[in-house]
Design a protein around this ligand. Structure first.
Ligand code: GMT
Length: 378
């Protein structure tokens, strides 16, 4: 198939999933065209089936805000026509689904029918999309998509609860490449960070307020009182400064390292004993899946779709959002040497349920289903 993928090209979860999906589809022989405003962060290898089309928004003194959505829609029209795309798959509803709707209408006037598939990822529904500034457009563009997927059953329910949706939403969860995300031998790194065999806790995120990074520090502070341990904070974002301030206040800076936006996160996860995800909202929790693939159990909140991934008492534990005391109690249980090996093995076993080879075919089947349905209605 000839597939157009529209996404945010940054390190955010939706962009990662879209890019990894495109790469996998290209390896399977599909021709994949990425349409976005800069090279996707993980589009980092050559494949004859991968193409990248940059959306350029010309600036003009009259524009207070650059009209990205219009430039994106125009680019989609151009690429669908010229590259003879079979399907347009947009990731994250805002503004990709509405731009795709506009492109579809323009193409219709040229006698071209292009099926549009929208994948909902999380905050496009649970946070930003609900805002009255966007809600009518989000509702409309989801209903106008030919196919809609959500990354967890919880996100599908949230979508039906908060928007007047007439479409079926298919759940296709996030997936993981177990060749890349696997526990590697990195003893030198472990010794450098934990010279006396301290337990290693890890958090990775974009440090937005929904990630509750201060809870991460609070959990670590309490765990460290009971078990010698270190904390690695991977990523960056608006709440990093608050987390750093809390470390100073609690006097734990010597045992906490902020590593910034690391690309090779699997190397850090390879030496970790526990992953912390106390998020307020989390539609799926791709970062937790990456940790589990590297045999790292998860202490998380029970927000959104996390419990669909992190099986309570098996691969880790989920607690109510903000219940730091419960998360500490569970963390101490997992970190007990009598329990840790089993949790590590369970985490990997669960991650295998989401491996690329199981999930990517679901997208291929979905594309075909939507294409076939459109042929019938034309
Ligand atoms: O908040 C983020 O981490 C980024 C956000 C995005 O859409 O870019 O991630 C969401 O999509 C990921 C991929 O589907 C999910 O694994 C994350 O759980 C989800 N984040 C939230 O719901 C907060």
């Amino acid at each position: 198939m000839n597939i157009g993928i529209v996404c945010y090209p940054t390190f955010g979860g939706s962009g990662v999933v879209a890019t990894e999906l495109g790469k996998e589809l290209a390896l399977k022989g599909h021709r994949v065209h990425f349409i976005t405003y800069s090279q996707p962060a993980r589009l980092d290898f050559f494949n004859e089936n991968l193409f990248y089309h940059e959306v350029i928004v010309p600036s003009y003194p009259l524009f207070q805000y650059d009209p990205y959505e219009l430039a994106l829609a125009s680019k989609m029209v151009d690429i669908v026509q010229f590259e003879k795309l079979d399907v347009l798959h947009v990731h994250y509803a805002i503004p990709h689904a509405s731009a795709a709707f506009m492109a579809k209408q323009i193409l219709k006037t040229k006698g071209i029918q292009i099926p549009v598939i929208t994948t909902l990822h999380g905050t496009d529904i649970t946070l930003v999309g609900k805002d009255p500034s966007f809600e009518p457009v989000v509702t409309f563009s989801i209903n106008q998509s030919d196919g809609v997927t959500a990354v967890s059953a919880d996100l599908r329910t949230e979508t039906y609860n908060h928007f007047r949706i007439e479409k079926d939403i298919e759940v296709i969860p996030n997936f993981i490449n177990l060749e890349r995300f696997q526990r590697q031998r990195k003893e030198h790194f472990k010794t450098a960070i934990s010279p006396f065999g301290e337990k290693l806790l890890v958090h990775t995120s974009n440090f937005r307020s929904v990630k509750r990074v201060q809870d991460v520090i609070k959990i670590f502070y309490k765990v460290r009182q009971q078990i010698p341990s270190k904390l690695l904070m991977v990523g960056d974002g608006p709440d990093r400064i608050k987390a750093e301030k809390l470390c100073r206040k609690l006097d734990v800076c010597s045992d906490v390292r902020f590593l910034g936006k690391l690309e090779a996160v699997e190397e850090v996860l390879s030496v970790a004993d526990l992953f912390l995800m106390p998020s307020e909202k989390e539609s799926f929790g791709l970062a937790a899946l990456e940790a589990m693939a590297c045999q790292v159990p998860v202490i998380s909140s029970n927000a959104g779709g996390i419990p669909e991934l992190n099986i309570h008492g098996v691969t880790g534990f989920s607690s109510p959002v903000g219940d730091v005391a419960d998360m500490v109690k569970n963390a101490l249980f997992i970190l007990d040497d009598a329990n840790l090996p089993q949790f590590k093995a369970n985490a990997l076993a669960r991650a295998k349920d989401f491996e690329t080879s199981k999930i990517v075919p679901l997208y291929e089947q979905f594309y075909q289903k939507i294409k076939d349905a459109q042929m019938v209605t034309v």
